[in-house]
Every structure is written in structure tokens, then in C-alpha cells.
Design a binder for this molecule. Structure first.
Ligand code: HEM
Length: 362
């Protein structure tokens, strides 16, 4: 019989100098954000700046979930409206020919229950990236990465493309010789695949009601499963990913499994180190809901403006039942509002947090 780790606050163990590390990270991000805003004369997100699709959909919590999965938002079968934003990881508008990590941000509207922080909202955001772990898995390691990130706005798309290609060669050689990939290689070596075929992960842990879990979204319907591993065409242009998403949803709907992988072993599935892959043989990814995205215009100008300039997604738009856990998550509590405040201020736009799906323009 599997025993699921019970959530308790002391699963989190902050670094003694954590506040200072977070301050450094947020400051470095702010500088990069300013450089990018100067370049474009428009404030962008400090990460995941480029969107590829903005969709309305539904999160359908599955009926008859066993007790360990029927927790928090997933406690009862229910259908919630969602806004979904697909993105690429850099805090700049890069050509989609540069292979970088992709993200999906899912904003569930009308999530009932006490909040992780007292924000007065009813949204539950899940921010997921197409890699299961964060190579720099705690805030002390992540702080070292900031130098690299700060330099990125000054690199051309071609330089980034070359760095990515070199990293993929190194990754192949290391994998062949059975050696682990250094974190920088792992981060840079992403393949340039169709965004809709990807599986996306929370990378870091969050509270899952009485337990602790990582969340992921995996292609469920045959049409998006068929896209897994399909390369973006080299001649498809700078906005290839947006074009692929728009073409797809012009005619088709898609479904993704929303899955929880519950922590069953605090040593081998740590909360404070997001670089550790939680072994599936200890705990599988179990479907708790289906994300349904109907056919629609996935990138009207009105939607792009609303999602890129008005909305903010944050792991801290959360129910207490899904409190983000670990130093990486704690750092995001300061980083996301800083980035969001900056771009709203620079662009002279009031932030809004939706309480009704009707607020998403057509
Ligand atoms: C667990 C690892 C992480 C994941 C899965 C993740 C994922 C994402 C995703 C999907 C977005 C795009 C949200 C959107 O579409 O609006 C995003 C944005 C962002 N991320 Fe992360 N992220 C991670 C870690 C971090 C860390 C450690 C920091 C900094 C300390 C950070 C800073 C940001 C910022 C500043 C934004 C833009 C926020 C805004 O302006 O609205 N992220 N992240």
C-alpha cells in the first residue's frame, strides 16, 4: 500500500540568507527587463515574454478520483473555465527558430477555497514548462544563473541558435558516454519541436491538499499526441510557433491530461531541490483533470494585448491547498509581481485579474 507524504509546513527549509538571494535575483531580473523594454520600447515579461497562443478552455476535474488525488481544486468533479497562454522561456521576443524551452500557463477561474496569500482573487494558476526539472533547483544555484540571463538580451538570435546547437552536440556526447548533463547544457539543449505535442511540468513542488505533488500537462487527444517530437520547419519563419498554434485551433480542438505526481518519499522526492527528477517508479503521474481547448481564433490582436499586457500569471495566484513549495517557489513570490508591476507601469496599463471568462476578448 503506497503511503503519500502528508503536507506539513516544516517540509520547507528556507536558506538562512534566502531573502538576500531572492533580492539579488529579482534585482538582476529587473535590469534585464529594463534592457529589453528599452530595446522594444514596450514592457515585456521578464521571462516567457513571447506568447504563441491565448485560448479559452475548460478544466474538467475527473469524477471518482481516489482519496489521495481528490484534493484541493480536484476534491470534487467540476468544470472550470480557463485561460491558457503558450509561451517561450526567454524574457525577450526571439525568433521561433531558436530552440528554447516552452511554457503553458493555465489560469483556472472561480477556484473555491482559502488562498495561499490574501490576494482576494479566485484564480488558480498552473505555470508549466516542457522539462520535468529545473537544473538550478534552489535559489542559491538559481542566483548563479542570473549572470547568464542578464547577458541574454545582448545576444543575437543567431548567437543563441549556435549556442543551442553546440549544447545539443555536447548533450548527445555526454548521454552516449552515460555521464550526467551539466545544468547549463541541459537548459540550452532543448530541441525545436511543435509546442502542442509537448508535455509540460511544474518542475517544483506544490501542496496538494493533504499531500505534496508536482503537476504536469500531457497530450491526451490523438491529434496533439501525434505532434510530439515533430520538428518546427526551418523555413517556417520567426513566428512559426504562433502560426502552428493558430492553424491548429482554426479547425481542431485539443485535450491534455492534467496529472499529479504525489510525493511518497521526502528524501528521493525532495521539496527544496527542483533539480531532482521524482522517480516514476516511486509515484506515477496520475490524471486528475482534462484540459479541453476547443477550436477557436487562438491569437487575435485583442487576445494578444489582453494576455501579454493586461494579465499576469503567477504560481502564487493559488489556493492554500496548492501553496507553492521550496526556495524556487518562494523566490517567485517576489519575482512575478516585480516583473508584472514593471511592465504594467512602463506600458501605462492597469493589471486585471479575471473573475469571469467573459473578460477574455474574442
Ligand atoms: C519551477 C520553475 C519555473 C516554472 C515552471 C516557470 C514557468 C513560467 C511560465 C510558464 C511563465 C509564463 C507565464 C505567462 O504565460 O504569463 C513564467 C513567467 C515568469 N517567470 Fe517563471 N517559471 C519558473 C521559475 C521561475 C523563477 C525561479 C523565476 C525567478 C525567480 C521566474 C520568473 C518569472 C517571471 C518574472 C515571469 C514573468 C511574470 C510576469 O511578468 O507576469 N520563474 N514562468
Amino acid at each position: 500500500m503506497t503511503s503519500y507524504v502528508s503536507y506539513r509546513p516544516d517540509l520547507e527549509q528556507p536558506f538562512p540568507n534566502e531573502e538576500e538571494l531572492i533580492r539579488q535575483v529579482v534585482e538582476a531580473m529587473g535590469k534585464a527587463n529594463q534592457q529589453v523594454a528599452d530595446k522594444h520600447r514596450h514592457g515585456l515579461r521578464d521571462a516567457h515574454a513571447k506568447s504563441h497562443g491565448v485560448l479559452a478552455g475548460e478544466l474538467r476535474v475527473q469524477p471518482n478520483l481516489p482519496a489521495h488525488l481528490a484534493q484541493g481544486l480536484f476534491a470534487e468533479p467540476a468544470t472550470y473555465p480557463v485561460i491558457v497562454r503558450f509561451s517561450s522561456a526567454p524574457g525577450d521576443l526571439r525568433s521561433d527558430q531558436v530552440p528554447v524551452q516552452r511554457g503553458i500557463a493555465i489560469k483556472v477561474i472561480g477556484a473555491p477555497g482559502p488562498r495561499a496569500i490574501d490576494d482576494g482573487f479566485t484564480t488558480q494558476d498552473f505555470l508549466l514548462v516542457n522539462h520535468p526539472t529545473l537544473p538550478f533547483g534552489n535559489i542559491a544555484e538559481y542566483a548563479k544563473l542570473q549572470d547568464l540571463l542578464e547577458k541574454q538580451p545582448r545576444q543575437s538570435d543567431q548567437q543563441l541558435q549556435l549556442t543551442g546547437a553546440a549544447a545539443r552536440v555536447a548533450a548527445k556526447a555526454l548521454t552516449r558516454s552515460g555521464r550526467p548533463l551539466p545544468p547549463t547544457v541541459e537548459t540550452l539543449a532543448a530541441a525545436n519541436d511543435h509546442i502542442l505535442g509537448e508535455t509540460f511540468h511544474s518542475m517544483a513542488a506544490l501542496r496538494y491538499g493533504d499531500h505534496v505533488a508536482k503537476i504536469s500537462a500531457a497530450p491526451r487527444s490523438a491529434n496533439v499526441r501525434a505532434l510530439t517530437g515533430s520538428r518546427v520547419h526551418k523555413k517556417a519563419g520567426e513566428s512559426a510557433l504562433r502560426d502552428l498554434v493558430v492553424d491548429f485551433f482554426a479547425h481542431d480542438s485539443a485535450e491534455y491530461d492534467i496529472r499529479a505526481q504525489l510525493c511518497t518519499d521526502v528524501e528521493r522526492m525532495p521539496v527544496e531541490d527542483a533539480s531532482v527528477l521524482w522517480p516514476e517508479e516511486l509515484s506515477p503521474h496520475e490524471t486528475v483533470a482534462v484540459l479541453h481547448l476547443p477550436a477557436q481564433d487562438a491569437y487575435s490582436d485583442a487576445r494578444r494585448r489582453y494576455a501579454d499586457d493586461v494579465l499576469s500569471f503567477s504560481p502564487w495566484h493559488a489556493l492554500e491547498a496548492h501553496r507553492p513549495l521550496g526556495s524556487i517557489m518562494r523566490s517567485r513570490r517576489a519575482a512575478y509581481p516585480a516583473s508584472s508591476d514593471f511592465r504594467h507601469r512602463v506600458n501605462g496599463i492597469e493589471p486585471e485579474e479575471p473573475s469571469d471568462i467573459k473578460e477574455l476578448p474574442a
